[in-house]
Design a protein. Sequence first.
Length: 340
Amino acid sequence: MTRTTRLVILLVAVLLLGGVGTGAVLYAAHRSGMRDEQQANGPTVRAGTVTLRPTADRPLLVRNLAWGPHRDEIATVPADDPQGPRTVSGVKCLRFHAAAGTGICLQAVHGRLTDTYRAVVLDSHLHERHRFPAAGIPTRARVSPSGHMAAWTVFVSGDSYAGTNFSTRTSIVDTRTGAIDDNLETFRIIKDDRPYQAADINIWGVTFADDARFYATLATGGRTYLVRGDVAARTLTTLHQNVECPSLSPDGTQIAYKKRVKGASPDAPWRLYVLDLRTMKETATAEQRNIDDQALWADDSTLVYALPGDYGSDLWTVPANGTGTARRLMTSAIAPAYLN
């Protein structure tokens, strides 16, 4: 073999290897781009414009948990096609809720040594209107039906409601002015028709009736209570025992909540119930699994809530009247909000 022949063979080999390498890079880039659009065995996810304004197709907003570059972003899907393609916003939240063109987004701020947290009030275009430091790990968030008020709860210590070794901080803000009640524990408590004070009070899980009235959970003395809150009077009045993370129905007549049931594991103590506020009658839903979420009402008869899933959480739905069966609504999603 001549020297010239050897050089030609070497040149061809180099060109072939370069072509293979370039092809591999292009293929990997293509696959990466595909993952931006279609998660493996998961939903289609596309970047686009997300609005908090109600539209004709009644969109459903969620925190997207599908694995990929858009994980944790607020996403929207048509409410009648929740398994369909998701449009993601670029805005990341740990907890989220929205109503009437206003959103509340609880975020982590990653530092070199530790994380901090903040609550951000968003306008209809998901632009920041107000920002507040949050005292701990985000866990619950709600906006009033008018969009004029927002509330959030964080864990100040501990990270689970299952035991007793935790402390919460719940705040309410007027989204129009930015005026904030930073700690609902400063409200006057009326328990069993008498003023009540204690050192072990915790309050969490606000759900709004309107801009002046709300419901929440109050814990004290090893028990939990449904309380009715009055923003102007700064009072919390107990109504019913063994209620956690209440959620008011759109017509204002029912509360969905998680209830501790006898015989359940201390690590999984809750089942999903509904309380009729007129009769105080409790109804167990058909969902028999442990529920550690603040359920959402899709309408006056249907509940939506999160359960553990392959990528964090999936959304499930069940009738509120105790009939039917639970069914999966969306995979890889949490923190739903319907824009009515």
